[in-house]
Design a protein. Structure first.
Lengths: 191, 271
């Protein structure tokens, strides 16, 4: 049986999430399975089900200032268990993408910095160069001594390379550039 | 003709998860499974790309599928659970949504491959019947809990990997090699994955729960199939012990390392 819509008046934010991710939060009937199964919900200011509700009500301020989406580890337990087949993890991604695009300050800046550092690294190196990514992250967050001990331990085990391979770097650089261009075109088309 | 697989190791297996790479290769060699590393492979976008751009998170895996097809291969094996998930997700989403498939093709500036299957090493090894005969070393002292993590099984619609809430593939594989595996309820609970670098407190709490449960059922080792899980459970174990005043001393193995041990592969070839 196809899932049934529970309301028909749609907030702008819900529409934005739908167009970004293909996920219709208005299918939610608040069963709270997503919150119950979430390993990280204990650390969230709003549980996944509450965030979904806020999106439906168009409470943009609450949604974009909430730590919830930035704490989500994309473990997809919620996605797998939702009886209405809402891909909750994708909704989380969509909120992050919209926030970053609008230039809003992320509620947990370190997480956004991590994304930026990791992707800049992949773009330039072709494959993830961990040491370079860590340095990039530290320059963005100024947490220079966080996990220094662990870094030394991994380095001693030979698990951190000192020199990147740059294999595939030209390919990733081109893909990143084309994706950016396509997304710009798509956005213009929408507005 | 024997089957040949295109091998996608992924970034972690060339660095932080190097022992997964060497032990997987050693086990394949021992079992006569032919693998060839994809030439010029690139990062699949891992846990970060999909948080910032859907198109990017699908285009990066597809580039690797194109490379595999170029080598004339139709079956690709991705040992890292995160890469495996990203590659399967990309195929699933392109099949579901022709519009996004068109965008991916534009982003890569080439047509998408027609049919490349993405497999996990577990799926390759499961198909082999003669496994028990190949065992040369008994490991009676080991009591292992298999930790599948998130990405091998979820979301079930996309991954199509056994029972998503309680998978058995790794348990069955290790049991067939004479290794004792135990039932436990944290098989697919999250270890915090990508939050390791940014919200270490969350990772310590989640891995603490996993260790507690492993100890409670009487395990003396944990088997994993994901380099992100391995980093969190192995390298951070001492930190967890300090934080919670506990003593676990649980060795974390890649399941391929345990397979190698049972199949009599020299330990120096297992990382």
């Amino acid at each position: 049986m196809d899932p049934i819509l529970t309301i028909t008046s749609r907030s702008q934010l819900a529409e934005a999430v739908l167009s970004e991710s293909g996920q219709d939060v208005n299918l939610c009937y608040q069963c709270r399975k997503c919150a119950a199964g979430c390993s990280i919900s204990y650390a969230m200011d709003y549980k996944p089900v509450q965030l979904i509700h806020a999106i439906r009500l168009g409470m943009d301020d609450l949604v974009f200032s909430s730590k919830t989406v930035w704490l989500c580890a994309s473990c997809e337990t919620c996605t797998t268990r939702c009886p209405q087949e809402v891909d909750v993890a994708k909704v989380m991604d969509a909120v992050k993408i919209i926030a970053l695009r609008q230039g809003l300050k992320p509620a947990i800046p370190q997480v956004a910095s991590f994304y930026k550092a990791a992707l800049a690294n992949i773009k330039k190196c072709g494959r993830m160069f961990e040491l370079g990514m860590i340095v990039g992250l530290k320059l963005r967050t100024f947490e220079f001594f966080k996990d220094a001990g662990m870094g030394v331990k991994m380095f001693k085990k030979g698990k951190l390379k000192i020199v990147p391979s740059f294999r595939g770097a030209w390919t990733t650089w081109k893909i990143f550039r084309r994706v950016k261009r396509l997304e710009k075109k798509e956005l213009k088309h929408l507005t | 003709m024997t089957m040949k697989y295109a091998y996608y190791p992924g970034c972690s297996l060339h660095s932080t998860g190097a022992e997964y790479d060497v032990s997987f290769r050693a086990v394949c060699e021992k079992l006569g499974i032919d693998i060839e590393e994809i030439k010029g492979w690139i990062c699949c976008g891992t846990s970060t790309a999909h948080c910032t751009s859907r198109l990017l998170s699908l285009a990066l895996p597809f580039e690797n599928l194109c490379l595999a097809e170029k080598m004339g291969m139709t079956d690709l094996v991705a040992s890292c659970a995160a890469c495996f998930a990203r590659l399967r997700t990309a195929i699933y989403e392109a099949n579901e949504d022709p519009e996004i498939a068109g965008h991916i093709s534009k982003a890569l500036d080439k047509p998408l491959p027609k049919s490349v299957n993405v497999l996990s090493p577990l799926e390759i090894f499961c198909d082999r019947e003669s496994m028990a005969e190949a065992v040369t070393r008994q490991l009676p002292e080991l009591k292992v809990v298999c930790y599948y993590g998130c990405l091998l099984t979820r979301p079930s619609k996309v991954m199509q990997f056994g029972e998503c809430e309680y998978p058995m593939a790794m348990d069955e594989l290790l049991s067939s090699l004479g290794i004792t595996t135990l039932d436990w309820s944290y098989k697919t609970d999250c270890c915090g994955g990508a939050l390791a670098m940014t919200r270490t407190d969350v990772v310590l709490k989640l891995t603490h729960d996993i260790f507690e449960e492993a100890k409670a059922v009487g395990a003396n080792a944990i088997a994993v199939g994901c380099p992100l899980c391995h980093v969190n459970l192995d390298t951070r174990q001492v930190e967890v012990e300090q934080e919670y005043g506990a003593q676990y001393g649980l060795p974390i193995f890649y399941f391929t390392q345990l397979m190698g041990l049972a199949l009599g592969v020299a330990t120096e070839k297992l990382g």
